[in-house]
Design a protein around this ligand. Structure first.
Ligand SMILES: Nc1ncnc2c1ncn2[C@@H]1O[C@H](COP(=O)(O)OP(=O)(O)OP(=O)(O)O)[C@@H](O)[C@H]1O
Ligand SMILES: [Mg+2]
Length: 438
């Protein structure tokens, strides 16, 4: 215990900077600041402090030329003037600590819950590299999820990365909170990126609750914050997940949402002079999303794993939308939530026919795979015939598969809802019963 306190103090002291190099504002236009007189040694992505009339404002170096640095501030430029001083704080890493479990922090590692928070003894790079591909383990064993549908038809395995795609208000955040409470993991790291400010307290206090918070670190940046801070939120949260992974722990990483991360990146890249291409997104957005997703997944030998769920907002269920499209290609599965299913009150509102887990068939036994295949077959038959059935145009007996689908449909639909969660064995037992194979 004493060791921990001293380690924390040492880390705090090492972070205090006594003298900082300063430059001056030379020009201000279109939300970015040109700084002159900065000394040698300043690097891209260094943090700065801009000392204006109304106080200091953070910022980050986006571009460098021989005698000038282009800085994107963390807020509006009102009140800043030519000649105001700009202090260089240098690279800003993140130093997560085990004591962060149960806490809510901002993307700079500062507490958001009003209690003091220690930095950990080791600083980590915000944009750390993914483990080398050749040294990475494969996907691990099946996880208990606390949700019947993920215990059976869409299994989640250790180290798997999946996307959660849905329009607004269809239940992404609620489902992520269910994962935070129910998925077997040592630590849960949740990145709340650019969501509404009022949602943060509601999420931690009610949706996640004390039970979910007890093993979670929440990193949050709200929608009113500057794009640099929103983008940083995802990186900080991933660095926190890597901290625990490197101790050999199994981390569940939940990001809500990657769309807001990509939008923040777009704002920054456009300010840095990149041109928009992919439906308004700059070309660098692909790399930003893929390198974030790649940091999650199975760890190298001797480390733990990061199982990850990334939520994506798909307006009008447009899965070809750039962020959804980029992410889908890099992940090991995707779950699509459907507004029509949510509207009739079944949660989680998963459209099973459009959702896949690439951990199958390996993650299940031959008998379990047979049950999964049968359920999908009947769901497919129901889906094709639903309009005719609802309109009373289907004549019983014309297709044995549709007849079977009609018989089991109410029970299968109820099975897919979240009531009465059990373990995987119990969930498969219930599925067998619903399908009439037991
Ligand atoms: N499991 C559930 N049981 C009952 N209602 C639910 C459930 N999940 C979601 N809802 C309903 O759907 C609403 C929206 O859910 P949620 O905030 O999780 O959606 P979202 O996709 O994250 O929305 P946004 O796009 O605005 O972030 C909730 O306020 C609630 O009314
Ligand atoms: Mg949400």
């Amino acid at each position: 215990m004493t060791g921990t306190v001293f380690d924390g103090l040492r880390a705090e002291i090492s972070n205090i900077r006594i003298a900082r190099r300063a430059g001056r504002i030379a020009a201000l236009s279109r939300g970015v600041i040109e700084v002159s007189g900065l000394p040698q040694g300043i690097a891209l992505a260094d943090r700065v402090e801009i000392c204006g009339r109304d106080g200091t404002l953070g910022g980050e170096v986006l571009g460098l030329s021989r005698d000038r640095a282009t800085v994107l501030p963390d807020g509006g430029t009102d009140g800043l003037g030519i000649g105001d001083s700009v202090l260089v704080s240098g690279r800003s890493d993140i130093a997560p600590d085990d004591s962060w479990i149960g806490r809510v922090v901002d993307p700079f590692g500062q507490p958001l819950d009003g209690r003091p928070l220690f930095r950990g003894p080791l600083a980590r790079a915000l944009r750390g590299a993914a483990p080398a591909a050749a040294g990475r383990r494969g996907l691990g064993g099946r996880l208990e999820t606390g949700l019947r549908v993920f215990n059976t038809l869409l299994p989640l395995v250790r180290g798997q990365r999946i996307g959660l795609f849905a329009g607004s208000g269809v239940g992404k955040s609620s489902l992520l909170a269910k994962f935070a409470r129910g998925v077997a993991a040592d630590v849960v790291v949740i990145a709340l990126i650019g969501e509404r400010g009022r949602e943060l307290r509601a999420f931690t206090d009610h949706v996640l609750g004390a039970e979910g918070m007890a093993r979670s670190v929440v990193v949050a940046a709200t929608s009113d914050q500057a794009p640099l801070i929103r983008r940083r939120c995802a990186w900080t949260a991933m660095a926190v997940a890597e901290h625990f992974r490197d101790q050999g722990r199994h981390v569940l990483f939940l990001a809500d949402s990657v769309t807001r991360f990509a939008e923040a990146h777009r704002e920054i890249a456009l300010a840095a002079g990149e041109t928009a291409s992919l439906r308004g997104y700059p070309p660098s957005v692909s790399h930003a999303i893929m390198s974030l997703a790649e940091r999650a997944g199975p760890g190298p030998e001797g480390a733990g794993d990061i199982t990850a769920v990334f939520s994506v907002l798909v307006p009008g269920s447009d899965m070809e939308e750039p962020v959804a499209d980029i992410l889908r290609g890099t992940l090991d599965g995707h779950v699509v939530l459907d507004r029509k299913i949510a509207e009739r009150g079944r949660y989680p509102a998963i459209d099973l026919l459009r959702s896949v887990s690439r951990s199958l068939p390996d993650a299940a036994s031959p008998e379990e795979n047979a049950l999964i295949a049968r359920a999908r077959q009947l769901l497919g038959a129901w889906d094709r015939a639903e309009m005719m059935i609802q309109a009373g145009l289907y004549a019983a007996g014309s297709d044995p598969l549709v007849d079977a689908a009609i018989r089991i449909w109410p029970d299968l639909d109820a099975f897919l809802s979240e009531d009465e969660p059990g373990d995987t064995r119990a969930s498969f037992g219930q599925l067998a019963q619903v399908l009439g194979t037991r």
